[in-house]
Design a protein. Structure first.
Length: 129
């Protein structure tokens, strides 16, 4: 193969891969999906506008599980303890009341102009919030 042909092939391959990569996934990012009691969340999963999910306690808190503060100790489940502890579960489904409150908080803290999406929509019309 001539050098110019191999360069042309390499450029075409790169352009094709870039186009495929640009297609991405069709689901919205995790932080834009509604919080529900049916979803499973991992321990310390961060949700913008809500905080960190503490899987053993099935709700969100402003700091991660086992967050350390020198004057108070280690935070988990709304309380401070003297030592870090391994979480007894790695993931869980939130309490329904907690999920509803977290979703309301996430929506209230969403940046202005953030589109609110649900289900399958249309790209031919604007989305207003």
């Amino acid at each position: 193969m001539r050098r110019s042909a191999s360069i042309h092939l390499a450029l075409m391959t790169t352009a094709t891969m870039a186009a495929w990569t640009g297609c991405g996934r069709s689901r919205p990012a995790a932080d834009t999906q509604p919080i529900t009691a049916e979803n499973t969340y991992t321990n310390n999963q961060y949700t913008p506008g809500v905080g960190y999910y503490h899987a053993p306690f099935r709700t969100w808190f402003p700091v991660p599980y086992n967050h350390f503060d020198p004057s108070r100790g280690y935070f988990r489940g709304g309380q401070w303890g003297p030592a870090a502890e391994a979480p007894p579960v790695a993931a869980s489904k939130p309490d329904p009341v907690s999920a509803q409150a977290a979703e309301a908080q996430r929506r209230a803290n969403a940046p202005a102009g953030t589109p609110r999406r649900s289900g399958f929509g249309s790209s031919s019309r604007p989305v207003w919030s």
